[in-house]
Design a protein. Structure first.
Ligand code: NDP
Length: 264
């Protein structure tokens, strides 16, 4: 039987393209997102049959547990897990509401921990299982206006390396993919004044074209990237597939940012 891949956050953006590429390679894909209709629509667009949609909020322990039990029951053992579900609630820390901090940390960090935990038993029963968590360059470098988001993504790095050590002896690999996001080119770039005097711009500071970055002013953002343009979800998804299939790579962070880090 073909490999089963679970893609959390697979209904849109980077996760949707990861799901498409996995399906094109012959995997069966379980697409997970909160919005069931969106997950179903993503499944309907996939190449081949045997894909399924699951509605689940990854930040809720019980939902995650029940969803992964259903996945196991209806689809079988999990070979690949991609954690692409993520949110941002950007604001300077002084202006950030505690409930937004909690939402970001619970979705981006706790959510990935919960899905990994729920998937591991199933993955132990397959050969060459692998997990890819989606972090961000912001988690490695920090970014004004994204304290909670960058903390969640930095946490993912420590989590990924620790879990990689825990499960390597069982031949399960765990890696972090870090798409590009700007640091000094963000607030400073959009606002040439001290950041605390100015409101955060109404956009994410990510540089991959998805819903998450729909409001970003492209021209200004692209100028700060050595390759001179935003990345595409396809370019991030290709890197995720590489990490899933790279049988001698574990506990690593792969930065895919058009060289942005070089300029930070
Ligand atoms: P999108 O906003 O386009 O898609 C997010 C996906 O996650 C959707 O499928 C959404 O579906 C799902 N999701 C959000 N919250 C939850 C939740 N609590 N439970 C289950 N599913 C959830 O985001 P991107 O594709 O742009 O980003 C994907 C990942 O890449 C994120 O982790 C993001 O932080 C990271 N990243 C993105 C960058 C960029 O420039 N775009 C840059 C760096 C990192 P639904 O709303 O139905 O739940």
């Amino acid at each position: 039987m073909s490999r089963l891949a679970v893609v959390c956050g697979g209904s849109r953006g980077i996760g949707e393209v990861v799901s498409r590429l996995l399906a094109e390679r012959g995997c069966r894909v379980a697409v997970v997102s909160r919005n069931q209709e969106a997950a179903q629509a993503a499944v309907a667009s996939l190449h081949g049959a045997d894909h399924q949609a699951f509605s689940c909020d990854v930040s809720k322990e019980q939902q995650v547990q029940e969803t992964f039990e259903r996945i196991q029951k209806t689809c079988g053992n999990i070979s690949y897990l991609v954690n692409s579900a993520g949110i941002n609630r950007d604001a300077l820390l002084l202006r950030m509401r505690p409930e937004d901090m909690v939402a970001v940390l619970h979705t981006n960090l706790l959510g990935s921990m919960l899905t990994c935990r729920a998937a591991l038993r199933s993955m132990l029963r397959t050969q060459g299982a692998a997990i890819v968590n989606i972090g961000s360059v912001v988690g490695l470098k920090g970014n004004a206006g994204q304290c909670a988001y960058s903390a969640s993504k930095a946490g993912l790095e420590g989590f990924t390396r620790s879990l990689a050590k825990e499960v390597a002896s069982r031949n399960i690999r765990v890696n972090l993919l870090a798409p590009g996001t700007s640091q000094k080119h963000s607030l400073c770039m959009f606002y040439p004044f001290p950041v605390l005097c100015h409101p955060i711009p109404p956009c994410s500071l990510g540089f991959i074209h998805t819903d998450m970055t729909a409001g970003l002013r492209e021209e200004a953002g692209a100028r700060s990237i050595p390759l001179g343009r935003f990345g595409t979800p396809e370019e991030i998804a290709q890197a995720a597939l590489f990490l899933l299939e790279a049988s001698y790579v574990t506990g690593q962070v792969l930065v895919v940012d058009g060289g942005l880090q070089l300029a930070m």
